[in-house]
Design a protein around this ligand. Structure first.
Ligand code: FES
Length: 140
């Protein structure tokens, strides 16, 4: 009896989380108003698993927190504006490009759409890249 209850719990829970995942896929993460982000600063969004950086020219880049070596969560380096991985010490610059191995490719980025002055990020679509290019920035 007790085992059956536990199984039922997991079946229900599994069903719910699948529905949640399906809904989440359609929704974009709303990071807030464009004006609330200062230039030359990085903002962590731990629930969205990304860092939002606004560059000197006003362009935005949403970078995944996942290290491209083995997937640990990187920390932002407040001095350089870049990122450090606590696991095997990979370092990334403020564009997410590799400064120190073992990571070999830049942090993935998420597509950004700016609508009605709000920054919307598609956190379900990590985009791999080999380097930073200005075309990756999104402007208001
Ligand atoms: S997971 Fe980041 S350096 Fe290994």
């Amino acid at each position: 009896m007790a085992i059956a209850s536990v199984e039922a719990f997991f079946i229900i829970k599994g069903g719910v989380s699948k529905v949640e995942q399906a809904n989440a896929k359609k929704e974009l993460f709303n990071a807030g108003k464009v004006d609330s982000f200062h230039k030359n600063k990085t903002y962590p969004f731990s629930t969205g698993h990304f860092f939002l950086r606004r560059f000197e020219d006003g362009g935005f880049l949403a970078m995944s927190v996942k290290c491209t070596h083995l997937g640990c969560v990187v920390n932002s380096n407040l001095e350089t504006g870049g990122f450090n991985c606590p696991c095997h010490r990979s370092q990334f610059n403020r564009f997410g490009e590799v400064l120190a191995a073992p990571a070999t490719r830049p942090l993935d980025i998420f597509p950004i759409v700016i609508k009605n002055g709000e920054i919307l990020i598609d956190t379900n679509k990590a985009v791999k890249r080999t380097s930073f290019e200005k075309s990756q920035l999104t402007y208001a």
